[in-house]
Design a protein around this ligand. Structure first.
Ligand SMILES: Nc1ncnc2c1ncn2[C@@H]1O[C@H](COP(=O)(O)OP(=O)(O)OP(=O)(O)O)[C@@H](O)[C@H]1O
Ligand SMILES: [Mg+2]
Length: 475
């Protein structure tokens, strides 16, 4: 959409519709850069309960004038970046010319609101710009939550009404050729920066149009970051690096938002530079540092219900692309069978994630997923496939205090009778909890050396002698 069209669409807010108690971004200086910076300071703020009607009038008048002024400056091909830095000085000019506006109007707030509307995503813009915020959740017009530093936070941000939320959703989905309305009330989309968006609207969402945004990390976490966060320790990192280099098949398991994709990304970056990597995802989230990476993304059906390309289709296709490694974002259906078959037939070193609360449960889920592929296989045969294919299950968890932890690294040792034998190599042991709800515990080896240790040695990998021995200092 051209800037001109966008500006024309920014409808000045009607005074009666304007809700009290809206979040305000406090701006401390004049430049646009500072305005952008101030967006980051939007926190849950108590707004004055009875805003003087008079100042509301002025607020709206100034906004309308400024809007007109912007409109007069913008041509069909004007770029948003050109106009943003000028808005602040335009507002100063208007106030200089009309003494009516001197006093009783928060000029900076007016400027902020217009910039928010112009840049596309309305009131949630401050959260999208805030680098500390990792997730944004709009539950209807009057409830906006975000996740900051692993914790959910209610913000004071409000939309005018359901239509205001809908207009933001439409702005998000229109550029990718999707639509949201009663006949198609759920949609997955992406922001231009790669952030993942899900929107669901009434009548399915009872509380009003609901939007969930998982922000795309500009600088994805590195193994060093995860060690600093306490997600894993140095020994586990060294071990996992060795497992990836030795081409073991690794499965990252965990609940929603537990950090599976992040861990998968870190593991994938352990893959040597000279290998050809094919990644398969629903929405491309992985960011690999290697040069030789082919990223594939599945496609939902179009409005007529046609043209879908599933993860399963892509897994099958990837095997014809001479991959050294196949990395699957999330396995949740019939593709499990193709993945296991690939792992069992020479495509070692594959990495994937799946949704579950423990390694044993993950295995059970994989069994069910294989059945979804529609091939009649006896349970024992399925278990043989799983035991033969997967070497390591990494269990990831989001603890109550918001921290993400690798709570176990488990070896899949093989099949005994009809039971898949699992052996923990590292485990998180909770030791207590403080008054703030922070969980204390330590990550420690179980003292068992994995059966595949020889495979690591054969691959020329030497690990420190203490990797599998618990150290006193590991806290
Ligand atoms: N080890 C970690 N420590 C702290 N924060 C993390 C960690 N891993 C991921 N995060 C943050 O948690 C959020 C969820 O991460 P991620 O997308 O990796 O989870 P997921 O399990 O793949 O989620 P989903 O189930 O939705 O696919 C992100 O905002 C990310 O920045
Ligand atoms: Mg994920």
């Amino acid at each position: 959409m051209s800037l001109l069209k966008r500006i024309q669409e920014v409808e000045p807010i009607n005074e009666q519709e304007k809700k009290e108690g809206e979040a305000t971004a406090q701006v401390s200086s004049e430049s646009t850069q500072d305005i952008m910076k101030a967006f980051r300071d939007v926190r849950k703020t108590e707004a004055p309960k009875d805003k003087a009607k008079k100042s509301m009038d002025k607020h709206q008048q100034l906004k309308n004038l400024l809007h007109k002024q912007i409109l007069s400056e913008v041509k069909e091909d004007t770029d948003i970046e050109e106009i943003l830095p000028k808005i602040d000085s335009m507002s100063i000019e208007i106030i200089k010319e009309d003494e009516n506006f001197r006093g009783g109007v928060d000029r900076k707030k007016v400027v902020n609101e217009l910039i928010n509307d112009l840049t596309g995503f309305g009131p949630i813009n401050p959260l999208l710009i805030d680098e500390e915020v990792t997730e944004v959740m709009v539950n209807g017009p009057n409830q906006v939550y975000c996740e900051r530093n692993g914790r959910l936070e209610m913000t004071a941000i409000q939309f005018r009404d359901d239509e205001h939320v809908m207009s933001v959703i439409e702005k998000i989905v229109a550029p990718i050729g999707r639509r949201i309305d009663e006949s198609s009330p759920m949609v997955d989309a992406r922001l231009p920066d790669g952030s993942r968006v899900n929107a669901i609207i009434p009548p399915l969402a009872l509380g009003g149009p609901t939007v969930t945004i998982r922000k795309f990390a500009k600088d994805p976490f590195t193994i060093q970051n995860l060690i600093e966060f306490g997600t894993l320790n140095d020994e586990m990192a060294e071990f996992l690096d060795a497992c990836v280099k030795a081409r073991l098949n690794i499965f990252v398991s965990g609940g929603t938002g537990s950090g599976k994709t992040t861990t998968l990304n870190v593991l994938s970056n352990f893959i040597p530079d000279d290998e050809r990597i094919v990644t398969i995802e629903d929405a491309a989230e992985l960011q690999l540092g290697q040069e030789h990476v082919i990223s594939l993304e599945s496609r939902p059906p179009n409005i007529e219900g046609k043209g879908a390309v599933t993860i399963r289709d892509l897994v099958r296709n990837s095997l014809r692309m001479r991959p050294d490694r196949v990395v699957i974002g999330e396995v949740r259906g019939a593709e499990a069978l193709d993945m296991l078959q690939a792992m069992n037939t020479g495509h070692d070193g594959s990495l994937a994630t799946g949704h579950s609360n423990g390694p044993r449960e993950m295995i059970a889920r994989l069994e069910t997923m294989v059945l979804l592929a529609g091939v009649e296989l006896p349970v024992k045969a399925i278990r043989e496939q799983i035991a033969g294919a997967i070497d390591v299950i990494i269990q990831q968890s989001r603890l109550k205090d918001g921290s993400r932890k690798i709570v176990s690294i488990t070896e899949v040792q093989g099949l005994e009778g009809e039971v898949i034998v699992l052996q923990d190599i590292f485990k998180y042991k909770q030791t207590g909890k403080d008054e703030d709800g922070n969980i204390h515990g330590r990550l420690a080896p179980t003292g068992v050396r994995p059966k595949f240790y020889e495979q690591l040695e054969n691959a020329g990998i030497r690990m420190g002698p203490n990797v599998f021995i618990e150290q006193e200092w590991q806290v």
